[in-house]
Design a binder for this molecule. Structure first.
Ligand code: SAH
Length: 372
């Protein structure tokens, strides 16, 4: 790795300190910061309000280094998936999901994941390493370069950022919190607090730390209404069981200025967690938690033991919760023709394997169809 400073790694405050260190006027820092994140510049030459001397000085000691694109795939529904690498060759994935006026960018926080959730394909590759702030912000920077940033197009193509790609954001706490700072900064991406979401499988110490730090929206990957089933699906539950996790979530909501509701993510696994009894149990469990429920049809991958719930069961599950007063949304599967759906992000699979996987999945789909 290069020892030159990558400016994408710095919050605005850190950039001010850096400019003081190199004997430059602090007010230059927000100017450069704007060039990086609002105009998504990749070259000091583009920074027209910066003096020649400062440009030369900066280019001698630092870089503007985003990720490299390994592949870019466009789905029929407009979803774009990038496989990206960051110098060491390890791949991560970033997905852009357009939906009318809204554009959600789903970003990764780690290469691989250590949590081993039984229904997630990222888990199968295991944990490789944490991403740096530059590598996290770099995904937004790169996507904005590809599809247009606010300052360059006049349109906010990326209106929402969710930490729902690879990895567990709260196990890469410092880098993720700094990245959020840059995403929310008015001189940076200027995103609203409500539109940046950290999704966690329930890392309680990280969540407790986040309470007085990042002011962003929260999503919780709950997936089960009791400890017995959750231990099986989301093994970190053995360490931080539901009765420890939910009070911590509640505390976060009480203190957060970003959102007073947590999004509960619940993957629908046929015959495993999708019965009427599970729905009723979930209503009881969440009765005191301000939340909205996001039902996610399971996205299958090769060799998985699970199947997607039927639409009928998903509807029934949702209806039970709606009758009890919950707000329930069923997440549409997006970009599944390019393996960009939740839990399908596996960075290290090479092209040939991926092609084979896709074929396999097509075959699975045909089989499922003929069953009905
Ligand atoms: N580690 C964090 C961030 C990942 S978010 C977390 O667990 O919240 C990705 C979301 O997609 C999570 O809710 C995850 O549980 C869900 N998911 C994972 N695999 C899936 C699959 N195969 N089908 C549908 N959803 C899946």
């Amino acid at each position: 790795m290069s020892d030159r400073l990558n400016l994408l790694d710095l919050t605005r405050e850190e950039m001010v300190d850096f400019f003081k260190e190199i004997d430059e006027k602090p007010f230059r820092a927000p100017q450069v910061f704007k060039w990086l994140h609002q105009f998504v510049a990749d070259d000091f030459e583009q920074m027209t309000n910066i003096s020649k001397a400062l440009k030369v000085k900066l280019s001698e000691i630092c870089d503007i280094k985003g990720p490299e694109i390994i592949s870019e795939q466009l789905s029929d529904d407009g979803t774009i998936k990038w496989a990206l690498k960051n110098g060491d060759g390890q791949a991560i994935e970033t997905v852009f999901i357009p939906d009318g006026e809204r554009g959600t960018l789903c970003i990764s926080s780690q290469v691989g994941c250590a949590l081993d959730c039984s229904f997630c394909s990222t888990a199968q590759q295991g944990f490789n390493r944490n991403l740096s702030t530059a590598e996290i912000v770099g995904q937004v920077w790169l996507a904005a370069r590809r599809i247009g940033a606010l300052r360059t197009t006049g349109k906010r193509r990326i209106s929402n950022v969710v930490f729902m790609g690879m990895g567990e954001p709260l196990l890469n706490y410092d880098a993720v919190v700094k990245a959020c700072d840059i995403l929310l900064d008015d001189f940076g991406y200027g995103l609203s607090k409500r539109r940046v979401t950290i999704s966690t499988s329930g890392v309680v110490p990280g969540l407790n730390k986040l309470i007085d730090k990042a002011d962003v929206a929260l999503a919780l990957s709950l997936h089960a209404p009791n400890n017995e089933l959750r231990d099986e699906l989301v093994p970190i539950n053995k360490k931080y069981p539901i009765e420890v996790l939910l009070p911590s979530v509640k505390q976060y909501l009480d203190d957060s200025k970003a959102s007073k509701k947590v999004t509960i993510e619940y993957v629908m696994l046929r015959g495993v967690n999708d019965t009427a009894a599970h729905a009723r149990e979930l209503c009881r469990l969440l009765k005191d938690i301000p939340c909205k429920i996001n039902l996610i049809p399971f996205n299958p991958f090769p060799q998985t033991q699970y199947q997607t719930s039927t639409q009928k069961d998903i509807d029934k599950f949702g209806d039970i919760m709606i009758k009890k007063g919950f707000v329930v949304v069923t997440r549409r599967t997006r970009g599944d023709d390019i393996d960009a759906a939740c839990g399908q992000l596996v960075g290290q699979v090479n092209d040939r394997t991926r092609r084979e996987e896709r074929k396999l999945r097509k075959m699975e789909k045909i089989e499922v169809k003929t069953l009905h």
